[in-house]
Design a protein around this ligand. Structure first.
Ligand code: SF4
Length: 335
């Protein structure tokens, strides 16, 4: 071994020792997160994978299925979203699905191997009578033996408690991006309103699913800011979806430049290092990702995917493709 390679090996061994402890911190500075993003790729991957192994079986991937229970016509103006009523995307506004129709989909998801069933509604916030119907859906899906998750927009404290009483396991509400870039993406709801909803969900005893989207034209500093906001929440979200923007014709972000897939992998790795016990979900955007990029994401510490042909209104790899990729990589669904 040369002197240089011995030095690298020694430094890597020190890093491994340091990273072998999954210390939960809520005081990440942006400078620290920036340094992680800027690490040489092999070092970043090594640190992320070392930590991943201390908290999880690296061969297991949690599988969720996402169903749009109320599609389109949303009054919010999220610039990435084909369901916003502000943009002409061809997505039609539909009514809330019936309980029976939701349970048919949930049974099919369970039989296809999903352990969690997520229900998404394109609302600013749920109305009281709609919330009653969603609570009945949560009870019905749980009775099928599935974990439940809902994403319904902003919640009051009382609404979060009602969902908890119906048995809801997870609530998804993303921060989307950094506080600084947020205003370029959404004008109809503030960052603070998102944080307030997350607080109500946490206070009600529901587990939090919260992440963001990259590839929206943000700078690396914004990806740093997004991870800092997530990792410095009072509790790390139990589930952290990291989405790659899916460009949809008609939305303001349809024509932007694409993010380098390796920068996406770096974002996953930094999420893994800063939130070591959270399940990090390789979420939207997999349809356009190569198998190699997805494999790197799993190496970087992603251990959850959405499974099924659609993510709300955008395409997702079909289940057979996913199972073939799992077979190639020796991955198995987490139980
Ligand atoms: S992301 Fe959600 S809140 Fe925003 S426009 Fe789409 S459905 Fe509405």
């Amino acid at each position: 071994m040369t002197t240089t390679s011995a030095a690298i090996a020694s430094s890597a061994a020190q890093s491994a020792t340091k990273s072998a402890y999954a210390v939960i911190r809520h005081d990440w500075s942006r400078a620290e997160i920036h340094t992680l993003f800027a690490l040489p790729f092999p070092e970043l991957m090594f640190r992320a994978q070392s930590l991943h192994r201390t908290c999880f079986d690296p061969t297991e991937v949690q599988i969720s299925t996402l169903l749009s229970i109320k599609t389109g016509g949303c009054p919010e103006d999220c610039a990435y979203c084909p369901q916003s009523a502000h943009y002409e995307t061809g997505v039609k506004a539909e009514k809330l699905m019936s309980l029976e129709a939701v349970l048919v989909e949930a049974r099919a998801a369970r039989d296809a191997g999903a352990s969690r069933f997520c229900m998404g509604a394109a609302w600013r916030e749920p109305k009281e009578r709609d919330l009653d119907r969603v609570c009945a859906m949560v009870e019905g899906v749980r009775a099928l033996g599935l974990e439940t998750c809902a994403t319904l927009g902003m919640l009051t404290a009382e609404q979060a408690q009602r969902l908890k009483a119906s048995g809801l396991d997870y609530y998804n509400h993303n921060l989307d991006t950094s506080p600084e870039f947020y205003g370029a993406i959404i004008s109809t709801r503030t960052y603070q309103e998102r944080l307030d909803t997350l607080g109500h969900v946490r206070d009600a005893g529901i587990r939090v699913c919260c992440g963001g989207i990259v590839g929206m034209g943000e700078a690396r500093e914004d990806r740093v800011g997004m991870i800092a906001a997530l990792a410095n929440l009072p509790g790390h979200p139990e589930s952290v979806p990291i989405n790659m923007l899916v460009k949809v014709e008609g939305t303001p972000l349809a024509k932007g430049a694409s993010l380098d897939p390796l920068e996406f992998v770096r974002t996953i790795a930094v999420a893994r290092i800063t939130m070591p016990r959270s399940v990090v979900r390789l979420s939207a955007g997999r349809e356009d990702m190569s198998e190699e990029t997805q494999a790197l994401c799993f190496l970087a510490g992603a251990n959850s995917i959405f499974y099924g042909p659609k993510l709300l209104t955008t395409p997702n790899p079909d289940s057979d493709c996913d199972m073939r990729l799992f077979d190639k990589l020796g991955l198995v669904p987490m139980r």
